[in-house]
Design a protein. Structure first.
Length: 124
């Protein structure tokens, strides 16, 4: 049985496209996790600014949460660097990362109006 060369090229291209889509979903999920941690950090920092300086119990609790979120962010960034290390030197990859991060951050309810406006303008 002979396979038409055009069909075989089409099948190979289809396999490459389908396998690439899975990586793109995984990349977007990784970026969304980073954005989620960043949003948590913004929320906690906002609460810290608004907290009564005399309320040491609230301040200590928020500082502990901030430390935990910063630890989470460090873990996420380390995993991201390990996973995408060879691509981090590629300017196109970095632009894609920045763009996806901005998109993901738009869902953060604690994002300031100025940052939200800037992110919306910068998204490509």
């Amino acid at each position: 049985m002979k396979i038409n060369p055009i069909i075989s090229i089409f099948l190979i291209a289809l396999i490459i496209i389908v396998s690439g889509c899975g990586k793109n979903k995984e990349f977007k999920k990784d970026v969304a996790n980073i954005a989620d941690a960043m949003c948590k950090n913004i929320e906690i920092m906002s609460k810290l600014k608004a907290a009564n300086p005399q309320d040491s119990i609230v301040l200590n609790g928020l500082q502990l949460k901030a430390h935990n979120v910063q630890t989470e962010m460090t873990i996420l960034y380390t995993a991201f660097r390990q996973k995408y290390g060879n691509k981090l030197k590629d300017s196109i990859f970095n632009k894609d990362f920045a763009n996806e991060l901005r998109k993901a951050m738009l869902s953060c309810q604690y994002l300031s109006k100025d940052d939200r406006d800037r992110f919306e303008k910068e998204i490509k």
